[in-house]
Design a protein around this ligand. Structure first.
Ligand SMILES: NC(=O)C1=CN([C@@H]2O[C@H](COP(=O)(O)OP(=O)(O)OC[C@H]3O[C@@H](n4cnc5c(N)ncnc54)[C@H](O)[C@@H]3O)[C@@H](O)[C@H]2O)C=CC1
Ligand SMILES: O=C(O)C(=O)CO
Length: 318
């Protein structure tokens, strides 16, 4: 069986091993693949693995031997799963491998904004503390998390784990989720989406990117938020209308945003969030801890093994 990894570099830049994958077939690992290189590289492959290379219906039609697409991520919005299902192609994802790392990044952004860690550290390095009249200084609002309301959009693995950490900080936790009240622990209260945006001090996005969730954060929802509110996004960039968010930040409509994902990655130089006020951006690394990538590699291999054994697991084309 021919196996092609289209963009293996992000998951394994060299510190992990593809050897267990290579024993499963005639396997080629490409570090990166441009859209116009997909067909040539995947020609004759029964299985392709992709992290962020888009696979659409047209490409599936041009790859008649393709039977399996293993997404090297939890979010599988890069694959047209409806087209795959229609063509009998099995698509799998990697659930839950980075749950703890993502919750950690959510709070890295929240804590950085709440205490302005980087800003104050930079000011100290510039010598401002050395020349200060008092034993301390701060020049931004500093915010305690206890009793603050956090609103989670989506309560799957990363949403739920973020809720657990938030409870640890003594926060009040609310979620927009299809789960019933009976399935929720008593510390997590269910809320409608618009109410979540108007009531909560911090909103954090934990849903997949779908046609329904595309730009769920837009000018109308941002207008519901409090001027002191913070928006966190570790989900997918297109969950947010970025120009609307940049306007809201620049006009003090909301206080700050911490985002790990953008609508185009890498971003265009004119992405309005790159220069927006109080907008903190990490380059899609919530998942990228060594521990999480190690789990990802193992699960990618076991997913392919399960497919070869005729009992595919983590199938998203149901
Ligand atoms: N920044 C990063 O490094 C990472 C980003 N992600 C992104 O985060 C997303 C969530 O990851 P997990 O929590 O692990 O996925 P998950 O599949 O465990 O949870 C997603 C939850 O969202 C819910 N959902 C679906 N549509 C919804 C809607 N319209 N409104 C509210 N909730 C909705 C689902 O029912 C599910 O409970 C992934 O789809 C991916 O896009 C995931 C891992 C790493
Ligand atoms: O696993 C995911 O969904 C990620 O965003 C990392 O690629």
């Amino acid at each position: 069986m021919k196996i092609v990894v289209l963009d293996g570099y992000a998951a394994n830049p060299g510190d992990l091993s593809w050897e267990s994958l290579k024993v499963l077939g005639d396997c080629t690992v490409y570090e990166r693949t441009a859209p116009n290189e997909v067909l040539k590289r995947a020609a004759g492959a029964e299985a392709i693995l992709t992290n962020k290379v888009v696979i659409n219906a047209e490409q599936m039609d041009a790859l008649p031997g393709l039977k399996y697409i293993g997404v090297l991520a939890t979010g599988y919005n890069v694959v047209d799963t409806i087209a795959a299902k229609e063509r009998g192609i099995v698509v799998t994802n990697i659930p839950a491998y980075s749950t703890d790392s993502v919750a950690q990044m959510v709070f890295a952004h929240i804590l950085n904004i709440a205490m302005q860690v980087k800003h104050h550290s930079d000011e100290v390095r510039k010598g401002r503390w050395t020349h200060n009249a008092d034993f301390c200084f701060w020049d931004t609002p500093l915010m305690e998390l206890r009793k603050k309301k956090i609103g989670l959009v989506g309560l799957g693995h990363t949403g739920y784990n973020t809720a657990r950490v938030a409870i640890g900080f003594g926060m009040q936790v609310f979620a927009y989720t299809s789960k019933s009240h009976f399935q929720l622990p008593p510390e997590i209260k269910k809320m409608e989406l618009d109410e979540l945006f108007s009531e909560c001090d911090i909103i954090s996005l934990h849903c997949p990117l779908t046609t329904e969730t595309h730009e769920l954060v837009n000018a109308r929802r941002l207008a519901l938020m409090q001027p002191s509110a913070i928006l966190i996004n570790t989900g997918r960039g297109p969950l947010i209308n970025e120009q609307d968010l940049a306007n809201a930040l620049n006009n003090n409509r909301i206080y700050a945003a911490g985002v790990d994902v953008l609508s185009t990655e890498p971003p265009r130089a004119d992405n309005p969030l790159l220069t927006a006020k109080n907008c903190y951006i990490t380059p899609h690394i919530a998942w990228a801890t060594t521990e999480a990538r190690d789990r990802l590699m193992n699960l990618a291999i076991s997913n392919l093994q399960a497919y070869i054994a005729g009992k595919p697991e983590n199938v998203v084309t149901k």
